[in-house]
Design a binder for this molecule. Structure first.
Ligand code: SAM
Length: 263
């Protein structure tokens, strides 16, 4: 595969992932829109509104692999617009300083800039330092399109469990497995032919986008990932109102939302 990801040691993969996001940081938002035809916005809106941040009072949230702040902004807007909540806060955490810099620039134009509602912190989802991220701190842990880039999913889940308060919610939005064969065929065409070309034309960086597509293919299926969340100690199921289940598919499984509650 590109970058020989199967053979490089884990630490090397981590720095390769870092490089991928450094090289795409400035074009990340534009590329996201182009590659998904804007659909990632709908998924993120759906994801955040399904969590209804602020409904039961202000929340202390942590958004891992927060990148340019897409999820944090939605959480804060949702709480403010629906519950006049200006106390909910989000710690945006990412391993890549360039991505955080783009997020910071973007928040500068919002009312949350220079308020206790948002902080940007460079850190690794797999090893959050205890002094900076004490155990039992957060009500809501989000991670969107980030966990598949981490070298150890169990380590991420372990840390998520640790930093959440008992009763706190883990919620992950990630690309997933498409079950319908026809949709899957179209999606494959899109991913392997169109996206790397867009990466070249729009960002001058084919390899990084090829990597992103391949990382999606290697990510566990919905039931496998749900099992990993349960193995980390979370109670899964029941959060998706009326539907039960540990996850909810979006667009036939192109993406899915997995949730769990710390017990
Ligand atoms: N959550 C944002 C969104 O939905 O637009 C950004 C998603 S972006 C595809 C993936 C992000 O994961 C990048 O910003 C990358 O730097 C970050 N990342 C990769 N490995 C990480 C790790 N081990 N810990 C924290 N962040 C990581």
């Amino acid at each position: 595969t590109h970058f020989g990801f199967q053979t490089v040691p884990e630490e090397a993969k981590e720095s390769l992932v870092k490089n991928v996001f450094s090289s795409v940081a400035s074009s990340y938002d534009v590329m996201n829109d182009a590659m998904s035809l804007g659909v990632h916005r709908l998924w993120k809106d759906d994801y955040v509104s399904s969590l209804r941040p602020g409904r039961k009072g202000p929340l202390r949230c942590i958004d891992l692999a927060g990148g340019t702040g897409d999820i944090a902004l939605r959480i804060l807007d949702y709480a403010r617009e629906n519950y006049a909540d200006r106390e909910t806060s989000v710690d945006v955490v990412d391993i890549n300083a360039e991505m955080l810099k783009e997020g910071y620039k973007r928040f500068k134009k919002t009312m949350y800039h220079n308020t206790p509602q948002v902080r940007f912190i460079e850190s690794n989802a797999q090893a959050l330092p205890e002094e900076q991220f004490p155990s039992n701190t957060y009500d809501l842990y989000t991670i969107a399109f980030g966990i598949r880039n981490c070298t150890s999913i169990p380590d991420v889940l372990k840390e998520a469990y640790r930093v959440l308060k008992p009763g706190g919610t883990f919620a992950c939005l990630e690309f997933s497995k498409v079950n319908n064969p026809l949709l899957n065929m179209l999606y494959d065409q899109w991913s392997f032919s169109v996206i790397p070309i867009m990466g070249t034309v729009l960002a001058g960086d084919r390899d990084s986008y090829q990597y992103l597509v391949e990382s999606i293919r290697k990510f566990p299926s919905q039931p496998e990932f749900a099992q990993m969340i349960a193995d980390a100690g979370f109670a899964t199921g029941g959060l998706h109102e009326g539907k039960g289940g540990a996850w909810r598919d979006l667009w036939g499984g192109i993406a899915s939302v997995h949730t769990g509650v710390k017990v």
